[in-house]
Ligand binder design. Structure first.
Ligand SMILES: [Zn+2]
Ligand SMILES: [Zn+2]
Length: 363
């Protein structure tokens, strides 16, 4: 039995409780990972605020993490104790149509995790968010969900690859396949939006327009490759985007906010004829978006991007090599670092829009 400490949400809109729990040994096909760093993602915040009421509580939060394999269960063949890993929050079966055509991010039969930890003082069973629960000193995950990485990679930077970086950079490179010399608009300059921006820059886009309500975020966007910024508090972003692109609109737009309907609609209005609007933001349940039927008649396309069209066992390594070659900015994403005991403060600064990304550590 392993004694662990994790960040538990018992009820929506209540403070997160950091407490000790007992966790069994890894079973068939599972590995025990000692977590070294966990990013604080907006999706965790959605869960805390009860905006995804399909996620049952109590739950150990966190789905963006990196750590070290400590123990392997029976049948595990690809990992061994001591391996450094990034965790993937999208499990896949390997056999369905989506998996077989190389799109495991939209697997039809993702295996559900039934793994729980038990609180030491009150004997309650707690589940793990996305089968990971990275805001914990340890996690037990399937072998497939732990992607082995280069041991020289620092853990805080590696942890971000597991969600925000994969989601944002992947939306630009994998889902949209942004082409060199193209124009791009990105709605939202948070943890995901900044990564869409740098993904578009890596892909060779030459006009990258960042749209946000907060000037501090727009300043950050420039560091990640935005060539223009629009504060949509005082300016109509669609008009501004058209002005910056000779009246045509951009080749690609990305919705990377996922809070309210308006930017989803604006992302369609912002693209030129035959342009592509990519919806990256994970909206609260029941967020109807109303568009005019004629909005997409000029051969515009709208596509969702799930987890940046990730193939984790291919893409995590590629993102790391982009970081190691100096093309992918990860150090600059980490604005703050908190101990797990201060997880509520980490959520507070996220809610206030003060950080690109915070990372939790467990010392
Ligand atoms: Zn996330
Ligand atoms: Zn599948």
């Amino acid at each position: 039995m392993n004694r662990i400490k994790g960040a538990v949400l018992y009820e929506y809109n209540q403070p997160v409780v950091v407490e000790d729990m007992d966790l069994g040994a890894p079973q068939n096909g599972e590995v025990l990972v000692k977590m070294m760093a966990s990013g604080v993602c907006h999706s965790d915040w959605h869960v805390v605020k009860g905006e995804w009421s399909n996620i049952p509580t109590p739950v150990i939060l966190g789905h963006e993490g990196a750590g070290v394999v400590e123990e392997i269960g029976p049948g595990v063949t690809k990992l061994k104790p001591g391996d450094h890993v990034i965790l993937s929050w999208m499990p896949s079966c390997g056999l369905c149509e989506a998996c077989q055509i190389g799109r495991p991010n939209v697997c039809y039969r993702p295996p559900a995790s039934t793994r729980t930890a038990r609180t030491t003082s009150t004997n309650k069973d707690i589940s793990f968010l996305s089968g990971l629960g990275t805001m914990s000193t340890h996690a037990i995950v399937t072998e497939e969900a732990a992607v082995s990485i280069d041991k020289t990679m620092p853990f805080p930077q590696a942890s971000l690859v597991g969600c925000g970086v994969m989601t944002g950079v992947g939306a630009a490179i994998n889902t949209a396949k942004v082409h060199p010399g193209s124009s791009v608009a990105v709605f939202g300059a948070g943890g995901v939006g900044l990564n869409v921006i740098q993904g578009a820059a890596i892909a060779g886009a030459t006009t990258i327009i960042s749209v946000d309500l907060l000037d501090n975020k727009l300043e950050l966007a420039k560091q990640f490759g935005a060539t223009h910024t629009v504060n949509s508090k005082d300016t109509d972003p669609v008009e501004a985007i058209k002005d910056l692109t000779g009246g045509l609109g951009v080749h690609y737009s990305f919705e990377a906010i996922g809070l309210v309907p308006e930017p989803f609609v604006q992302s369609i209005h912002a693209v030129r004829n035959r342009g592509l609007a990519v919806w990256v933001g994970h909206a609260p349940l029941e967020t109807p978006v109303t568009i005019d039927a004629r909005d997409i008649m000029w051969e515009k396309k709208v596509i969702g991007s799930m987890y940046g069209s990730a193939r984790p066992h291919i893409d995590f390594g590629r993102l790391i090599s982009l970081y190691q070659s100096g093309q992918l900015k990860l150090d600059e994403l980490i604005t703050r670092s908190f101990n797990i005991d201060d997880v509520n403060t980490a959520f507070q600064v996220l809610g206030e829009g003060k950080v690109a990304r915070s990372v939790l550590t467990f010392d």
